[in-house]
Design a protein around this ligand. Structure first.
Ligand code: ADP
Length: 878
C-alpha cells in the first residue's frame, strides 16, 4: 500500500509485475484488496481522529473550567477588600458628628487607600455628598441600589461606566451608613473603583490575560451582558456579550461549555462560570478550537505512525507472498508459452509446492509428447511431399521406410506389393532384420488382406493369429498395415522388432497415416504408369495416322499438331505450340473456327500445298460441362476429288457423245421394216434392239440431266406452275405396265387443295417417276406401293412408300451418290438391274429447286422416299 501510494502510479506498479500471474494477482489486489485496505485505514484514521479530538476537547474544556474557577476564586477577595474598606469609611462617617467634616472624610477615603477612585455619600433624603466636587453624580441604577441598601441594610456592587465610549468601567460598591448610636441607616456610600487601575484587581487581570490554556482569553461579564473586564481587549469592555451564536457542547458534566464561530471566522470553545456569591458577574473563557485540534493531533500522531507502519509491513509481506506464490506459476506460464510458440527443446523445470511441481512434470511430459508428435508430423509431411512430387515408386518409397525406422526404432520394415500375377510379389525393405523378415511376406499379406491391420507385441504369447514355427527366430514383435487405395488392396507395410514391443496408440496412428501415404504413392505410381502407357499409345496412333489433327485450347492456342498435320501445313509442333491458331494457319476459315469457340463447327474443303485438297472436320471438345477447345481432323481427299472430276468428264462425254449415235440407230432400226418383210425371229430381234436403244436413250437422258444439274453451274430451270396431283397420276399411268407385271397394288393418296409448285415440270416429273419406278422395281410381286402428297407449312412433300426389302442403315448414307448401288450381301434376294443414277438424279433435281430428298428405311420392312420442295410464289423474273 505504501509502495503504491509512494509510486502514485498503480499502473506502473502493475506493469512492474515480473510475470503474468503476479500481474493478475496484483491487478486483483489493486481492484479489491487495496481499496478494502484503504477503506479500513480511512475508517481507523477517522475513528482515531474523532476519538482523539473528543478527548482533546475534554482536556481543553477541563482546563478552561479550571482557569475560570481560578479567576472566580480570586474575585471575591477583591470584592471583600472593597466592602471592608467602604464599611470602615461608613463607620468613620457615622462616628464623625460633624457633617461638615464628612466631605473631608470621604476625600481621605479616596486618598488613603488606593482602592476607590470616587466615593459619594447619598443621604436618606436623597442628598448627595461627593468626595470631590468633580465626581459624576450617581447613576440611576446606583441611586436605586443606594436606596435599597438604606432600606434593607444590604451591601451590593454594580458596574458603572464613566463614559460609555471610553470603555473605562468601574465597579460601584454600595454600603449602608448607620448611625452609630441609633443604628439606623442614615444613608449609603457609593465607592467607585476603576478596575484597570486597582491593584487589588491585578491577580484577576493576570489570570485573565496570561494564565489561560493555549492562546485563550478570559473576561468578565455582568448580569446585563456587558463585558466589564477584558484585559486582552480593553476596547471591547463595555460591549455586549451574547451566547446567541454559540452552541452548547453536549458532553456530560459540561453544561457551561459552548462552541461558536467568531466574527473573524475562527472557531472557538467557550466556557462560562458565574462567580459564586456574586451572581451578577460571570467569568467567560474563550479558547480557539484549533488548540483542541492540535492537542488531538498530538494524541493521535504516534498511533497514526504505528498504524501506517503496520500497514506497510502487511502490504510488503503480502507482495512478497504474492511473488513467492507466483514465481513457480510464472515459470509454468513461461513453459506453456514456449510450448505454444513451438519451442519444444527446453525442458520444463518448476520448483514449488508439490501440486505445482506435479503440474510442472505434466507439462514436461506434454512437451516431450508434443515434440515426438511434431517429429512424426514432419516425417509424414516429408513423405507426402515426396509422394506427391514423385510418381515413381523407387523415389517415393525409401523416405517412407526410413521414416518408419527413425520414428518407431523398429529392427526392420518391409513394403510388400501384390503384382498383377497372383503370387508375384514386389518388396522394398530397410533395417537390420529386413532380409530375415521376407519369409513372412506372403503369410502376412494374406492375413492382412483378410483381417486388416495386425499387431503382435510378443510372439511367444500370440495365440491363433500366426503359426509361431513359421516366424523367423529374430522376430519378437511385429505390426502389419494394409495398403489400400479406393478399396483396392495393394499390399502391406509391416515392421518387426527383435525384442518385445508395446505399440502405443500414437505410434499405431502414425503408422496407419504412413500406410495411407504409401498406398497413395503406390496407386499414383500405378496410375502414372498406365497413363504413360496410354499416352504413348495415343502418341503412336496420332503419329502414324494419315489424317492430320490440330487441337486448340479454349483460348485458341495450339495444343497439339500431329505429324500428318505438320506436313500438310509445313509447320513443326515444337515451334507452334502455344501460339494462336491464326498465327500458324494461314487459311482463315480454319483458323477462325479453331480460335473462335462461338463460331459454329464446320466441314470445309481446303486446298493446301502440292495441289492437295483436305476435308477439314472441326468439332468442339467438351469435358463434362467444360469446353476444352477445338479439334480439326484433316482428311486428304485429293484422290476423291480427282475421281469426281473423271466422273464429271465421263458424264459429259456420255451425255453428249451418245446422243447422236442413238438418234441414228433409232432412225435406222425404224427403217428396217420398210426395207422388206421380216420373219418372226427378225421382228423379235428388232424389238429387242429397239428396247435396248430405248434403255440406252433413257440412261443417256438421265445422265444428261444429271450432268446438267450436278456439274453445270449455268443451270437454268424452266420454271412453271406444276400440278402435283396431275403429275403423280400421269407417272402412275405411265408405269401401269410394269405395275401389272408384278401384280403390285398402287395407292395414290393426295391431299385436297394442294397448291401448285413453281418448278421445272419435266425434271419434277422425272424425280417422282424415278422414286415410283424404284418402289415398283424393288417391291416383290404382290406388294404395295403408296404415293402420298401433302402440304407442310411452306413446303410440299411427295412420299413413295413401298413394302420392299428395305435398306440397311449403313447403306443409306451413299444411296444418293451417282452410280452407287447397294451391294448385294449373302442371303439378300436377287437384286434387279440398274445404273445407280436414279436417286442421284432425284437429289440433283431436289437441290436445284432448293429442296431435299430423304430415305427412311428399316432393313426387312420397306422404304419411304420423300421429296420435299419449297412452295414459292411465282415472281416476274421467274
Ligand atoms: P438403280 O435402281 O438403277 O440401281 P438408283 O439410284 O435408283 O439406281 O438406286 C440406287 C440403289 O438404291 C439401288 O441399287 C437399290 O439398291 C437401292 N434402292 C433404291 N430404291 C429402293 C427401294 N425402293 N427399295 C430398296 N432399295 C432401293
Amino acid at each position: 500500500m505504501f509502495n503504491l501510494l509512494q509510486s502514485r502510479k498503480p499502473f506502473a506498479w502493475l506493469r512492474n509485475a515480473t510475470n503474468l500471474t503476479e500481474f493478475k494477482l496484483r491487478q486483483q489486489a489493486l481492484y479489491t484488496m487495496f481499496p478494502l485496505a484503504a477503506l479500513s485505514i480511512l475508517i481507523s484514521v477517522g475513528t482515531l481522529a474523532y476519538v482523539s479530538y473528543r478527548a482533546a476537547t475534554r482536556i481543553v474544556l477541563d482546563q478552561m473550567r479550571r482557569d475560570a474557577e481560578n479567576v472566580a476564586a480570586s474575585f471575591p477577595f477583591f470584592i471583600q477588600t472593597g466592602r471592608t474598606l467602604l464599611i470602615n469609611l461608613a463607620d468613620e462617617l457615622a462616628q464623625d458628628q460633624e457633617p461638615a467634616q464628612w466631605q473631608q472624610t470621604l476625600a481621605d477615603g479616596v486618598t488613603t487607600a488606593p482602592f476607590f477612585d470616587q466615593i459619594t455619600f447619598v443621604a436618606r433624603d436623597g442628598n448627595v455628598l461627593p468626595s470631590s466636587p468633580d465626581i459624576p453624580k450617581p447613576s440611576e441604577q446606583e441611586s436605586q441600589r443606594a436606596a435599597l441598601a438604606i432600606t434593607s441594610d444590604m451591601p451590593s456592587e454594580i458596574t458603572w461606566y464613566e463614559n460609555p465610549t471610553t470603555g473605562n468601567a468601574a465597579l460601584s460598591f454600595i454600603i449602608p451608613v448607620k448611625d452609630s448610636q441609633t443604628g439606623e441607616s442614615i444613608g449609603a456610600l457609593i465607592g467607585r473603583s476603576f478596575l484597570d487601575n486597582n491593584p487589588a484587581v491585578d491577580p484577576v487581570l493576570s489570570l485573565l490575560q496570561e494564565r489561560i490554556i493555549g492562546d485563550g482569553e478570559g473576561f468578565i461579564v455582568d448580569d446585563t451582558g456587558s463585558i466589564i473586564l477584558y484585559p486582552a481587549h480593553p476596547e471591547l469592555q463595555q460591549s455586549a456579550f451574547t451566547l446567541d451564536h454559540a452552541k452548547p457542547y453536549i458532553i456530560p458534566g459540561y453544561i457551561n461549555a459552548f462552541r461558536q464561530t467568531a466574527q473573524h471566522g475562527e472557531r472557538q470553545l467557550l466556557y462560562l462560570l458565574p462567580i459564586s456569591g456574586f451572581t451578577e458577574l460571570s467569568v467567560v473563557i474563550v479558547v480557539p478550537q484549533k488548540v483542541a485540534a492540535d492537542l488531538a493531533f498530538q494524541i493521535a500522531f504516534p498511533t497514526l505512525i504505528i498504524l501506517i507502519a503496520l500497514n506497510t509491513v502487511i502490504v510488503a509481506a503480502l507482495l512478497w507472498l504474492m511473488h513467492r506464490i507466483t514465481l513457480p506459476l510464472d515459470s509454468l506460464v513461461k513453459s506453456a508459452e514456449m510450448i505454444r510458440d513451438g519451442q519444444l527443446d527446453r525442458p520444463v523445470h518448476v520448483q514449488g509446492s508439490s501440486e505445482i511441481k506435479e503440474l510442472g512434470n505434466s507439462f514436461e511430459e506434454m512437451r516431450l509428447r508434443l515434440k515426438r508428435r511434431l517429429v512424426e508430423m514432419e516425417r509424414l509431411l516429408t513423405v507426402s511431399r515426396n509422394v506427391s512430387s514423385s510418381l515413381q515408386l523407387f523415389r517415393a518409397i525409401p523416405p517412407i521406410l526410413s521414416s518408419v525406422l527413425d520414428i518407431t526404432e523398429a529392427s526392420g520394415v518391409r513394403i510388400v506389393l501384390k503384382g498383377s500375377a497372383s503370387r508375384n510379389l514386389h518388396s522394398y525393405a530397410g533395417g537390420d532384420i529386413a532380409a530375415a523378415m521376407a519369409a513372412l511376406d506372403a503369410t502376412l499379406l494374406d492375413l492382412t488382406e483378410q483381417q486388416g491391420a495386425l499387431v503382435v507385441s510378443q510372439i511367444s504369447r500370440t495365440t491363433g493369429i500366426i503359426d509361431i514355427k513359421t516366424v523367423p527366430p529374430r522376430i519378437q514383435a511385429f505390426a502389419a498395415f494394409p495398403l489400400r487405395s479406393e478399396q483396392a488392396f495393394l499390399g502391406i507395410l509391416w515392421l518387426a522388432y527383435e525384442s518385445e514391443h508395446i505399440f502405443e496408440e500414437s505410434e499405431l496412428a502414425f503408422l496407419s497415416a504412413l500406410s495411407l501415404q504409401s498406398a497413395v504413392a503406390i496407386a499414383n505410381a500405378r496410375l502414372f504408369a498406365i497413363a504413360s502407357e496410354r499416352s504413348r499409345e495415343l502418341e503412336t496412333v496420332l503419329a502414324s495416322t494419315r489424317d492430320g489433327m490440330i487441337v486448340t485450347d479454349n483460348d485458341g492456342r495450339i495444343l497439339l499438331v500431329n505429324p500428318a498435320a505438320e506436313e500438310y501445313f509445313d509447320i513443326h509442333f515444337e515451334t507452334v505450340h502455344g501460339k494462336r491458331a491464326s498465327e500458324v494457319i494461314t487459311i482463315r476459315e480454319l483458323s477462325d473456327v479453331l480460335e473462335n469457340l462461338q463460331a459454329p463447327a464446320i466441314e470445309i474443303e481446303l486446298p493446301v500445298r502440292n495441289g492437295k485438297v483436305l476435308l477439314a472436320n472441326t468439332s468442339t471438345m467438351i469435358n463434362g460441362n467444360t469446353i476444352m477447345g477445338r479439334v480439326a481432323v484433316l482428311r486428304d481427299i485429293t484422290t476423291l476429288k480427282e475421281l469426281d472430276t473423271i466422273k464429271t468428264v465421263f458424264l459429259r462425254m456420255v451425255s453428249h457423245d451418245l446422243r447422236s449415235p442413238l438418234t441414228y440407230m433409232r432412225g435406222y432400226v425404224s427403217m428396217i421394216p420398210l426395207v422388206g418383210d421380216l420373219n418372226e425371229r427378225q421382228v423379235e430381234s428388232l424389238a429387242k434392239i429397239t428396247s435396248g436403244i430405248e434403255h440406252i436413250a433413257q440412261m443417256t437422258m438421265r445422265l444428261t440431266h444429271l450432268s446438267r444439274l450436278q456439274f453445270g453451274q449455268e443451270v437454268e430451270l424452266e420454271l412453271a406452275l406444276v400440278d402435283v396431283d396431275e403429275t403423280v397420276r400421269e407417272v402412275a399411268k405411265e408405269l401401269e405396265t410394269q405395275r401389272k407385271q408384278k401384280d403390285i397394288t398402287l395407292h395414290i393418296e393426295i391431299e385436297e387443295k394442294l397448291p401448285f409448285l413453281l418448278a421445272d415440270a419435266m425434271l419434277y416429273r422425272q424425280a417422282i417417276s424415278n422414286l415410283v419406278i424404284n418402289g415398283i422395281k424393288y417391291t416383290p410381286e404382290g406388294g404395295t406401293v403408296r404415293v402420298r402428297a401433302h402440304k407442310g407449312s411452306d413446303t410440299l412433300t411427295v412420299s413413295v412408300i413401298d413394302t420392299g426389302p428395305g435398306i440397311r442403315e449403313e447403306d443409306q448414307e451413299r444411296l444418293f451418290e451417282a452410280f452407287y448401288r447397294v451391294p448385294q450381301r449373302e442371303g439378300d434376294p436377287p437384286r434387279p438391274t440398274g445404273s445407280g443414277l436414279g436417286l442421284a438424279l432425284v437429289r440433283a433435281i431436289a437441290e436445284a429447286h432448293e429442296g431435299t430428298v430423304k430415305c427412311q428405311s428399316e432393313f426387312g420392312s420397306g422404304s419411304t422416299f420423300s421429296l420435299t420442295l419449297p412452295i414459292r410464289k411465282p415472281t416476274l423474273a421467274s
